[in-house]
Each structure stands twice: as structure tokens, then as C-alpha cells.
Design a protein around this ligand. Structure first.
Ligand code: NAD
Ligand code: NAI
Ligand code: ISE
Length: 336
């Protein structure tokens, strides 16, 4: 049986996901799309050579009897509304990160899903599907470096648009680390502080860039994450775990080493689309397969909520300058 997908939001990642679901992955077909820019949606389908119905409103995609499952790839503030509507329609939904703009919003999704009595939500946290992060986690869980003591991480984008603001460094960018570092260390955040270095001249008045986010975890591990979204030189994700017996580093994406004109060099990627291309393929194939098998197993609404609890504390810390607590309620049995 081919799973019929509806995609809400045909921007950068919406088009990427439509492309992979149509031309790369097995078992699904995109049959409906919507975007507030309807002409943009039509043009995207034409470019990708895909025939699908174009709706003016995301809710019509969700309600369409032709649609079995929904991908939410529209702007961050729309995610909660569309995910709640998909749950109400009883349809599985893959929602790009963040699940909602605050922990309160994520909690509404969690409560609706529990009420529905069945897992219907997968959040687009793709890093746990990345081969490099999986290899790093194996080193840690195999005990190869002993107990982790410190993590040094960086999340760098070459540039961001003018509408990207200081809190978005947390809700739109750091949210990936907020998810993957919990998974990687099997730990939870206890406190957070945000420190602002000198601002790069490449930023604008609404964005303090870069930022350094400092965590203490429940197990006493210290984590520093540099977020630098106008770093200019490339798309660069770093993660180094310092343990009692050694240090493990996230592998660099492979590239040919070049000796030329008295220089030794490697290429650095510039786009998240390329850096995590395989992880996106794997996460969405898992979503498709899991729906057919009758049970979603990927990053859950609870994982989306957990990341947003930490994100709320980070935003508080951005504003207060103080060390703020991260208060995570116990996980409901539904998500065990
Ligand atoms: P984008 O601005 O290119 O695309 C967003 C699209 O959503 C636009 O075409 C916009 O017109 C449309 N849209 C906005 N409101 C809508 C509505 N109510 N109904 C239908 N369409 C609507 O942005 P993007 O880079 O594609 O990001 C989209 C989402 O994907 C964001 O939430 C972002 O956080 C997420 N994202 C995730 C990753 C990842 O690595 N997992 C990477 C990029 C983006
Ligand atoms: P696992 O079950 O071996 O270990 C993950 C542990 O991390 C669990 O105890 C879980 O509760 C915990 N965790 C803490 N924070 C988390 C967070 N924010 N997100 C997810 N888990 C968190 O898990 P595994 O097999 O390594 O997979 C981890 C994630 O990646 C899951 O979401 C899984 O569905 C997904 N995945 C699954 C693949 C598969 O082939 N089944 C492939 C790649 C990823
Ligand atoms: C974007 O939405 C993503 O999710 C990328 O992975 C991230 O690096 C970038 O900062 C976000 O804007």
C-alpha cells in the first residue's frame, strides 16, 4: 500500500522532503500540498515534476480524504496548530522542529496525543538518525571514554535572513542540540546560562550573534554550545565529548583532502540540506515504515516537549543573564 502524504509548507525543507518522499524513499507518494504562497507551491511542484493537489489552506490538506498522513514543514509558529489538527483528524503527523514555540504549546500536543490514545506525532529531530551521531553515541554507551564529564559543541550557519532574531537562536537552531544531547548522554538538563560575546558585524540589530549556552546536567556534566549563525565560512556542526578515559568527537562529513598550490585543504559544507541529507532520508523512511507497521517509534511529542522546556529556560536566561533552572516534569507512562 502506498502511503498518501499531504505536505503543509513548500519552502526550503518542504521541497526537500517532497523531493525525497517522491524520488528517493519507498512506499509513499505526495498527493496534496499547501503554502500561504500558493503560487510558490505550484512552482515547487512543477520544478520537482510532481502532480499533487494544491490547497489554499493547511487544514484542507489535513481534512482531505485522499491524505493518509501529514508533513508539517511550514514556519515555526504554525506547527502546533497543524499538529493538533492532524491529531484531531486521527492522522499521523511528521512535524518539523520545534513542535511548538513554547513548552506550554508542546504540552497541548502531548495532552491531545495522550487523549487520542495512540502515538500520532514524530518530531523532525533528524540528528539521532545521523550516522556520525550514532557512532558517537555507541562510543559513549560502550564505555570507550568512560563517563562523560564535559561536552564542547558548536552550531554554525554561514548566514541567516533579516527576520531571524535573538530567541530564534534557541527555538530554531539550538533546539537540535537540546534534543540530540539529551539522547546522546542519556541525561537531562538541570540549569542553563547564556553568555553573549562581542556581536559580529555581519549580524543586525534584532540578533545577538554569536551566543554561548552553558548547561549543567542532572548527572553534573557541563556542556557549552556556541551558536553562531552568521559565521560566514560554512555550515559546521561540532560535538566533542570529554570522558574520564578519553575524548570522542563527532566525525566530520567526508571530503577529499586536497594538496594544491602549497595548501592542504578539505571542503566544508555550507548547507544543512547537504550536511544531514542521509539523516533526513532515514528519519522520513522510518516515519513511513512505522505508520505501515502501526506504531511510530521516532522522536516523540514528549521529546519535542522536553526540548522546548529547555528552550524556554534558555530564553529566560538570555533575558536575565542569570543561571536559570530547567524543570522537566516526569515522563508520562504513555511515552515509555
Ligand atoms: P521557508 O521560509 O523556506 O519555508 C516555510 C514555508 O512555509 C514558506 O513557503 C511559507 O510560505 C510557508 N508557510 C508559512 N505559513 C504557512 C501556513 N500557515 N500554511 C502553509 N504554508 C505556510 O522555511 P524552511 O527553511 O523551509 O523551514 C520550514 C520549517 O522547517 C521551519 O519550522 C524550520 O524550523 C524547519 N527546518 C528544519 C530543518 C532541520 O534541519 N530539521 C532545516 C530547515 C528548516
Ligand atoms: P535507544 O532506545 O537505544 O536509546 C535512546 C535513549 O535515549 C532512550 O532511553 C530514550 O528515552 C532516550 N532519550 C532521551 N532523550 C531523548 C530525545 N530527546 N530523543 C530521543 N530519545 C531520547 O534509541 P536509538 O535506537 O538509538 O534511537 C534513538 C532515536 O533515534 C529514536 O527516536 C529512534 O526512533 C531513532 N532512530 C531509530 C532508528 C531505527 O532504525 N530504529 C534509526 C535511527 C534513529
Ligand atoms: C534550520 O531551521 C535548521 O533546522 C538547521 O538545521 C539549523 O542549522 C538552522 O540554524 C535552522 O535555521
Amino acid at each position: 500500500m502506498t502511503l498518501k502524504l499531504g505536505v503543509i509548507g513548500t519552502g526550503a525543507i518542504g521541497q526537500e522532503h517532497i523531493r525525497r518522499c517522491s524520488h528517493v524513499l519507498q512506499g509513499a507518494q505526495v498527493v496534496a500540498v499547501s503554502d500561504i504562497n500558493v503560487e510558490g507551491a505550484r512552482a515547487a511542484l512543477q520544478r520537482l515534476n510532481i502532480e499533487a493537489e494544491v490547497f489554499e489552506n493547511g487544514h484542507d490538506v489535513i481534512q482531505s480524504p485522499n491524505v493518509d498522513a501529514v508533513l508539517v514543514t511550514s514556519w515555526d509558529p504554525t506547527h502546533e496548530e497543524f499538529t493538533l489538527a492532524a491529531i484531531a483528524a486521527g492522522k499521523p503527523v511528521f512535524c518539523e522542529k520545534p513542535l511548538a514555540m513554547s513548552a506550554e504549546g508542546c504540552r497541548r500536543v502531548v495532552d491531545a496525543e495522550i487523549q487520542a490514545g495512540k502515538r500520532l506525532v514524530q518530531v523532525g529531530f533528524m540528528r539521532p538518525y545521523d550516522a556520525g551521531y550514532r557512532a558517537l553515541k555507541k562510543v559513549i554507551t560502550d564505555g570507550d571514554i568512560g563517563e562523560p564529564l564535559m561536552l564542547h559543541c558548536a552550531h554554525r550557519n554561514p548566514t541567516v535572513p533579516e527576520n531571524y532574531t535573538t530567541p530564534m537562536a534557541i527555538t530554531n537552531t539550538l533546539i537540535h542540540e537540546l534534543d540530540v544531547l539529551r539522547w546522546l548522554t542519556n541525561d537531562d538538563y538541570k540549569t542553563v546560562q547564556v553568555v553573549f560575546p562581542r556581536v559580529t558585524s555581519k549580524s543586525h540589530s534584532q540578533l545577538k550573534d554569536p551566543q554561548i549556552v552553558l548547561f549543567e546536567t542532572q548527572k553534573g556534566v557541563r556542556i557549552d554550545v556556541e551558536i553562531f549563525v552568521n559565521c560566514a565560512y560554512g555550515y559546521d556542526i561540532q560535538c566533542e565529548v570529554v570522558g574520564e578515559e578519553g575524548i570522542a568527537r563527532l566525525p566530520e562529513p567526508s571530503s577529499v583532502q586536497l594538496r594544491k598550490e602549497a595548501r592542504l585543504s578539505n571542503t566544508i559544507l555550507v548547507d544543512w540540506k547537504d550536511r544531514f541529507i542521509e539523516a533526513y532520508d532515514v528519519e522520513l523512511q522510518a516515519f513511513i515504515n512505522d505508520i505501515k507497521a502501526g506504531q511510530l517509534t521516532g522522536p516523540s511529542a514528549w521529546d519535542g516537549f522536553a526540548a522546548s522546556v529547555a528552550a524556554d529556560a534558555c530564553i529566560k536566561a538570555q533575558n536575565s543573564g542569570a543561571i536559570e533552572p530547567v524543570e522537566m516534569p516526569p515522563r508520562p507512562a504513555f511515552y515509555n
